[in-house]
Design a protein around this ligand. Structure first.
Ligand code: BES
Ligand code: MN
Ligand code: ZN
Length: 501
């Protein structure tokens, strides 16, 4: 898809369709809508006054111009209430509108830059949101279809601005939005790819390409490196699989003057989770190909960060393995020793995510000098019970850092909700035979999982994002399409761009 910005008179533009926006709670048409309305002999205001156009969010009305202006159609899209209008409205609208037009075979079109002239939105942010919404909302994953004859995909979007001094800023935003969307798309691609192709070795290969293209340092640990480092928890999970485990570390050094200031992004990379010997039921098990979405989020974010080049150090760490019930698989009751020497009684082999993350987190702090951590994991079914697929569960050991991550997530539309971490919950992990168990029983499963992880933070500020509810979407909606959401890639990127820790 190509996205262009032009400064042009809206009445002079020849295009199959032009998108304009209308608020639900403002009777006045804005300046662009008014110009088009007059040229169309009042068609828009008539529909509006007759309540055929309400302006509610998600509403689309396609008006044919029948030669009155060079643009062949006007797509009037509802922006919802003016008070709720923000960049996420634009991002969602562009996804919905692009798919709406694509379904009618309209693959090139123009859009106005919503909210800029009124000053509600800044042009850089608006350009970025338009690009992200359009690219992510028309994302397709057709790698496994033999019948390639699909209807095609959106080819060209032109943002029309009436003032040339806004065009430059819109353009900067669009280019940033493209880099960010490409990172999200890479994560979606990995997450949608089935586990027979997306193995731990394949993840390492993809990360190697990202590193080469983005000039990142990369380290890939194999089984023997892990043995030397004492990563018994990660190795225990990997025992049941014929696929060798990998630990991938990507380092972006954007601020060499502050070598001790390093944002660490740690992503769970279980390329398939059968549960291991504590085998999962068959129903919906195919979705466990996405159990590496924390890891792909990190790789996607690192790709975008290497393109955006912010002045900050960011290190991504992805422990990756399958969780399989092979003949040498670990058993319930086995005790493993993590890299920080803590011993873990593996009560349930299906609680594998926390095991592989524990070694990765210790490695990130001790060997890579990470000073602030965010881990991202499809960790618990319990978070789906709590939050559904709407919000990401947030846990952590430092309120300021938690607040910052939650704010960043919510601002970008990757909505979050933070959970309590009272010490009492940690008591559920007490083991008769080892330092801790890897599960804490039926109650508060997402919190006890986070409590387990908190034993491996090595004293640095840490936030845990449980994305088991939000890594996968069941319908097309806004900038999301059915299939992998890609994970909170944009939040991770925005944390790096904000650098306010
Ligand atoms: N990968 C799963 C969690 C999951 C469930 C992700 C559904 C996405 C959708 C994780 O490894 C797991 O199996 N967790 C167990 C933990 C339990 C054994 C304490 C769970 O949630 O059932
Ligand atoms: Mn599991
Ligand atoms: Zn899992």
């Amino acid at each position: 898809m190509e996205i262009k910005v032009v400064t042009e008179d809206i009445l002079g533009i020849n295009t199959p369709a032009i998108i304009i926006g209308l608020y639900e709670d403002s009777k006045e048409l804005d300046s662009v809508a008014k110009i088009l309305d007059e040229a169309m002999g009042g068609a828009i205001s008539q529909l509006r006054n007759g309540q055929e156009i309400k302006g509610s969010s998600g509403e689309f009305t396609l008006i044919h111009t029948l030669g009155r202006i060079p643009a062949q159609r006007i797509l009037v899209s509802g922006l919802g209430r003016k008070n709720n209008f923000d960049l996420n409205t634009v991002r969602a609208l562009m996804g919905n509108a692009s798919r709406y037009l694509r379904a009618k075979g309209i693959l090139s079109f123009c859009t106005t830059a919503y909210g800029i002239e009124s000053g509600i939105l800044k042009p850089v942010g608006c350009g970025q949101a338009i690009a992200e919404g359009a690219i992510l909302g028309t994302y397709q994953f057709h790698n496994y279809r033999t019948n390639k004859e699909n209807q095609g995909n959106t080819e060209e979007i032109t943002i029309v601005s009436r003032e040339s001094d806004l065009s430059g800023s819109l353009e900067i935003g669009v280019r940033q939005g493209e880099m960010i969307a490409n990172g999200v798309a890479l994560s979606r691609d990995m997450s949608n790819t089935p586990a027979n192709d997306l193995t731990p070795s394949k993840m390492a290969e993809i990360a190697t390409t990202v590193a080469r293209e983005g000039n990142l340092d990369i380290t890939i640990l194999d089984r023997s490196n892990m043995e030397k480092l004492g990563m018994g928890a990660l190795l225990g999970v990997a025992r049941g699989s014929h696929q060798p485990p990998k630990l991938i570390a990507l380092e972006y050094k954007g601020d060499p003057d502050r070598p001790k200031h390093v944002l660490g992004l740690i992503g769970k990379g279980v390329t398939f989770d059968t549960g291991g010997i504590s085998l999962k039921p068959a129903l919906n098990m195919e979705n466990m190909k996405g159990d590496m979405t924390g890891g792909s989020s990190v790789i996607g974010a690192m790709k975008a960060i290497s393109a955006l080049k912010p002045k900050i150090n960011v290190t991504g760490v992805v422990p990756t393995t399958e969780n399989m019930p092979g003949g040498d698989a670990q058993r319930p009751g086995d005790i493993v020793r993590a890299m920080n020497n803590k011993t873990i009684e593996v009560i349930n082999t299906d609680a594998e995510g926390r095991l592989i993350l524990s070694d990765a987190m210790v490695y990130a702090v001790r060997k890579l000098g990470v000073s602030h951590m965010v881990d991202i994991a499809t960790l618990t079914g319990a978070i789906i019970v709590s939050l559904g697929s709407v919000r990401i569960g947030v846990f952590g050991n430092n309120q300021e850092w938690i607040d910052q991550v939650v704010r960043t997530g919510n601002d970008g539309g990757e909505r979050m909700w933070s959970f309590p971490m009272d010490d009492d919950y940690g008591e559920q992990l007490k083991s008769t035979f080892a330092d801790m168990m890897n599960v804490g029983g039926k109650e508060a499963g997402s919190i006890t999982a986070a409590k387990f992880l908190s034993e491996f933070t090595e004293g640095v500020p840490w936030v845990h994002l449980d994305i088991a509810g939000s890594y996968r979407m069941s319908v097309d909606k806004g900038w999301h399409v059915k299939g992998s959401s890609g994970g909170p890639v944009r939040t991770l990127i925005n944390l790096a761009l904000a650098d306010s820790f």
